[in-house]
Design a binder for this molecule. Structure first.
Ligand code: HDE
Length: 737
């Protein structure tokens, strides 16, 4: 835990004055939680320059060429009422640059958020990989970008979708990118289908709706006609599709990679990121409300947590498999990216720790311009023949040329390697290196022979000389890729009853959003091949008969590791709402607020109005009002009183208030809404002083699951913390399936 701001979210490093500042001064530093990319030259040499040397400088407004300006609000005109003159260099520069501020968004994963951090190797992988960054206690700077897949740059964070989890390791041997997802399998088995699955998932091409979601006909048309997508789709329909936070997601490399050690021995591995905060998801209604109330929910959560000093952490782990000729493990094809290997068969072995400890100082320069590529590899890590991975090795380099405007995107500050670069690539758009010499070819004598070739002993990246299976040139896949239903069934059987309810409801919701009956019927045929109960429940919701399976169901061993219920986890950076009734006194509010902070969480005080509330010595600053707060921003709500309806508690001002019943209980109806909603979403609730009356007025019984009432704020918080550690009051949900 670092030393963060008490309540994160201030826009700048210092509080502004009410009056416009007029005394010239240089740019303010970034906020303490922010930093930019480390300063390296375009050729990978540490410049050691402070980061402010690549930021704007000087006290005065200038042109891009550094000439000072005296006015930026008026164009140069032929008289105050006359036409604007073509000679206005400042107007033209300003408007021209603005006209070109946007670059194409990523064709997938357009919406994202990122952070800087450090990776520390445990040394436990040294026996299987010679990669330097995996060595014991080696610290490597990293930049991690999380994303949704389908939505545009401005879409909501909490949609049901897969999440990207891409990590750039700036290692001493060059950049290594681990470009993974929060779901361990993929929709397709061959990269050639990637444009097709994305065309199906993106909005319909005629009306460009719906945005950022899979609940529409083209998506379900694709995934029911390409049944290899069944496993990934099942994960999307599970709680994994709606994470609570980027900080609470697992990450997966998906493909099998090949590690090689110093002796040249190889091991096949699958990469896993395990969040220290546990895997935690939203509930569907919460995700939907949040998409409207705070479309930036995951972005904000990541940035706020880092600013508050609650640095998110993940352990990197590997599942290891012998590098056999058939590349199978216990009957599972390791080259098939629609298959997992259950952790019970191959445990995840930790190899290092990732800590995110700084927010970017500029979204565009860092989060938008970062360019990942699965082909950015370092000695000790190699690829396999997974046909999905093979296609990705082409795509990631290619896409940057459109997105970042040319082949020199690697020279953008966030993409610069921390290892010396001596390539023979020259020129191109936006070349920022100033190359010397006359002989960018090999061998040469005019530049003294430089650059020279490295060997294994001098750190060269040497592809493992793996055998290529003999055979005919074919457009085909291995027969082992044909089983599309065993693993979705394994996933379903591994879920707890509550998680299964969520899966049933997600399938039913999404398919009911489809227009075409045929697609719903086809989806039921797929579900019948997974599980009769699942199929029957969804069919009932669709108002359709449940079909029989077309193939005999298999009998996989469930994998309890796939369930996200049942454990308890640290509380770092969780958000606690504190409802106050300032007119009745602030009994325990200040103490409980401090105790929440001391526990590494963020307390947000909710009051009838903003500003300082309370009287005399007993005041506290409100971060939210009854009108602005919504239950969805809080992990738990503490109720320190039963506040009377606020001055703005009437329907004309705030439609959350129903005038017909408002005030009946003598309690602000927005508070009651907040409590019932949080209760429905399985959140911990605690009350003391008059707070128990508010719970009661909201119809929530004192002894209900996940509800704590006590005399003192301290006792309440203690018990709420225990509830929060389990993420939700799961026993509030009573499953039927
Ligand atoms: Fe990607 N993917 N992908 N993908 N992917 C991109 O690269 C692609 C796949 C993933 O935060 C693009 O720079 C193909 C699997 C992440 O910047 C593009 C195939 C996995 C990100 C691309 C896949 C991923 C991307 C778009 C099928 C998980 C965001 C912009 C063979 C293991 C990285 C860009 C960031 C981004 C291609 C499938 C993860 C077009 C052809 C499987 C996390 O190159």
């Amino acid at each position: 835990m670092g030393t963060g701001n008490e309540i994160p979210g201030s826009p700048g490093p210092q509080a502004p004055s009410v009056e416009e500042p007029t005394e010239p001064r240089g740019p303010l530093p970034p906020k303490p939680d922010q930093r930019g990319p480390d300063t390296y030259s375009p050729t990978g040499q540490k410049t050691g320059a402070p980061q402010d040397k690549v930021a704007q400088a000087g006290e005065y407004l200038t042109t891009a060429q550094g000439a000072r300006l005296y006015d930026t609000d008026h164009s140069l005109k032929a008289g105050p009422r006359g036409p604007v003159l073509l000679q206005d260099h400042h107007l033209r520069e300003k408007i021209t640059h603005f006209d070109h501020e946007r670059i194409p968004e990523r064709v997938v994963h357009a919406r994202g958020a990122a952070a800087h951090g450090v990776f520390q190797g445990y040394g436990t992988a040294e026996g299987i990989s010679k990669a330097a960054f995996l060595g014991k206690d080696v610290e490597t700077p990293v930049f991690v970008r999380f994303s949704t897949v389908l939505g545009s740059r401005g879409s909501a964070d909490t949609v049901r979708d897969t999440r990207g989890f891409a990590t750039k390791f700036y290692t001493s041997e060059g950049v290594f990118d681990l470009v993974g997802n929060n779901i361990p399998v993929f929709f397709i088995q061959d990269a050639i289908k990637f444009p097709d699955v994305i065309h199906a998932g993106k909005p319909h091409p005629d009306r460009e709706i719906p945005q950022a979601q899979s609940a529409h006909d083209t998506f379900w048309d694709f995934v029911t006609l390409h049944t290899e997508a069944t496993h990934h789709t099942m994960w999307n329909m599970s709680d994994r599709g709606i994470p609570r936070s980027y900080r609470m997601m697992e990450g997966f490399g998906v493909h099998t990679f090949r590690l090689v050690n110093a002796e040249g021995a190889t091991t096949l591995v699958k990469f896993h990121w395990k969040p220290k905060l546990g895997v935690h998801s939203l509930v569907w209604e919460e995700a939907q409300i949040t998409a409207g109330m705070d479309p930036d929910f995951h972005r904000r959560d990541l940035a706020d947590a880092i600013e508050a000093g609650a640095y998110p952490q993940w352990e990197l782990g590997v599942q290891t498999f012998p590098d056999t000729d058939d590349q199978m493990f216990q009957g599972i094809d390791l080259l098939d990216p629609t298959k997992i290997v259950p952790e019970e068969l191959a445990p995840v072995q930790p190899v290092g720790l990732l800590t995110l400890n700084a927010n970017p100082s500029n979204f565009f320069a860092e989060t938008e311009q970062v360019a990942f590529h699965v082909g950015h590899l370092v000695p000790g890590i190699d690829v396999t023949n997974d046909p999905l991975l093979q296609g990705r090795l082409f795509s990631y380099l290619d896409t940057q040329i459109t997105r970042l405007g040319g082949p020199n995107f690697g020279q953008l500050p966030i993409n610069r390697t921390h290892a010396p670069v001596n390539d023979m690539l020259r020129d191109g758009m936006h070349q920022t290196a100033v190359h010397r010499g006359v002989a960018p070819y090999r061998p040469n004598s005019l530049d003294g022979g430089c650059p020279f070739l490295a060997g294994a002993d001098t750190g060269a990246y040497i592809e493992v000389p793996a055998d290529v299976p003999a055979g005919r040139k074919v457009r085909d896949a291995a027969a082992s890729f044909d089983d599309h239903f065993t693993q979705p069934r394994l996933f379903w059987l591994s879920m707890t009853p509550t998680e299964r309810e969520h899966i049933v409801s997600a399938y039913t919701f999404e398919l009911n959003k489809c227009y075409e009956q045929a697609i719903k019927e086809r989806a039921l045929l797929v579900l019948a091949n997974i599980d009769a109960d699942l199929c029957a429940q969804v069919a009932a919701g669709l108002g359709l008969p449940a079909p029989e399976p077309t193939a005999a169901l298999t009998d996989p061993q469930p994998s309890p590791a796939l369930s996200q219920l049942g454990d308890s986890w640290p509380l770092d950076g969780r958000i606690i709402g504190i409802v106050t009734a300032p007119d009745q006194g602030l009994d325990g509010v200040r103490e409980v607020r401090q105790a929440v902070l001391d526990a590494g969480m963020v307390p947000l005080v909710i009051a009838p109005t903003g500003g300082e509330v309370g009287t005399g010595d007993e005041t506290v600053t409100a971060q939210r009002t009854f009108a602005t707060a919504r239950s969805t921003e809080f992990d738990a709500i503490l109720v320190a009183g039963a506040p009377a309806p606020g001055a703005d508690a009437y329907g004309a001002r705030d439609a959350k208030v129903d005038d017909a019943v408002a005030g009946a209980a003598g309690i602000d109806p927005r508070v009651l809404l907040m409590l019932t909603e949080a209760y429905r979403h399985g959140k911990a609730l605690g009350a003391w002083a008059g707070g128990a009356a508010a719970l009661e007025a909201a119809g929530i019984a004192g002894g209900a699951p996940g509800v704590v009432t006590a005399d003192s704020a301290g006792t309440v918080l203690e018990q709420v913390r225990e509830l929060l550690a389990r993420h939700r009051a799961w026993n509030r949900f009573i499953p039927a399936v």
